[in-house]
Design a protein around this ligand. Sequence first.
Ligand code: ADP
Ligand code: MG
Length: 350
Amino acid sequence: MFTNSGVPFTSIESVGEFRLIELITRDFKSFSPHLVQGIGDDAAVIAQPDGSLLLISTDAMVEGIHFDCSYTPLKHLGYKAAITNFSDIFAMNGKPFAITVSISVSNQFSVEALQELYSGIQIACKEHEVDLIGGNTTAIKSGLHIGITVLGKVAADRISYRKGAKPYEILCVTGDLGAAYAGLQILEREKAVYLTNPSIQPDLSEFAYVVERQLRPPSRKEVINFFEKANIVPTAMIDISDGLVSEIYHICKASNVGATFYQNKLPIDYQTIKVAELFELPVTTYALYGGEDYELLFSIKQTDYEKVSAFRGITPIGYIEETPLLVRMVQADNSVVDIKPMGYEHFRSN
Ligand code: ADP
Ligand code: MG
C-alpha cells in the first residue's frame, strides 16, 4: 500500500466540485494565442483562421452517479449523453458539429446493450447533424462510464459567454424548470416499490412528461435557431445542469453582477407541481435547485424583450442588478428573499 505520510489530506467533500476544479487547474498558464476562453465557461473557445470560433466541451456520465441502469433504457441514456453535451455548445449560442465518445465498460454489458446505447447517440447526432468522429473503448471492473467531447462552432459576433450580463438586462429561461428532478423522484419511488414487490408493474403514465425529462431531456436547438433568425445575441448564457440558482450564480460571478427574479414567473409544468404535492415539498424548490433540466438561462438587452417574449418556450423571470453576487427572489406575496448559492454539486451531500 502507498501511504503519503506527512502530506496534508484535504477531503474532496470538504471543498466541493467547483473549488476542486479551481484548485487543480489554477496553476496552468495558456500557450496558444488562439485561445479565446479556457476553463470557466460551458465550452472552451478557440479562434479559427477564418474568423469563426471553435467550441469544445466535455462531459461524462457514470453509472451509479448520473444514471441507474435498473430504470434507464440504454437508448435513452445514449441520447441524453449526447444532448447534455450539445447543451454546453448551445449555452455559447453555438451549434455542435462533431463528437468523440469514450466508453469504459465492464463485461456485464452485452454487445447488444452497447449497440442500444449507440443507437440513442445516433438519433441525437442525426437530429442535430452532428458527426461521430472517434472515441475510445476500455474495460473497467464494473459499471459503465460514457465520456463525450463535443465540438461546435459559432460566428465571432454571435457568441454568448457567462460573463456579459449587465445591470437592468432581462433574465430569461427556456422551457420549464424542475421537471427532471421530479421525474427522478418518480423513478426512484417506482424502483423502491418494485424491489419490495417485483410483481407490481410500475405505472408511469400519470407522470410521463417528468419521467421523460429525466430519461431523455429535450434539446434547445430551436432556441439557438430563433436567436439567429431574430438577430439576438444573449449578453450572457449558461445551460441549467445543476439547478437554476447555481447557474444564476455562475452568470453573476462571471459578469460581476447580481440578479432578482420573481417566484411566480418561474415556468413549472403541471406534472412537476403534482410530484411536489405527492412528496410534500414546495414546488419552488424543484424549480430553484432541481438538476438536469438542460434548459438555457440567459440575459438579453431590454431592446430585445419584445422579440424574445413573442417566442413560445422562453420566459422572462427577472433582471440583472448592480450589486455583485446578490441574488434575490420576489415571492408571490411581494416580499423579497435573498437566495443563497446552492444546487447540485458533485462530492457534496446535496
Ligand atoms: P458544465 O456544467 O457547463 O459542464 P462544469 O461546471 O463541469 O461545466 O465545469 C466548469 C469549467 O471547469 C469548464 O470550463 C470545464 O471545462 C472546467 N473543468 C471541469 N473539470 C475540469 C478538470 N477536471 N480539469 C480541467 N478543467 C475542468
Ligand atoms: Mg454547462
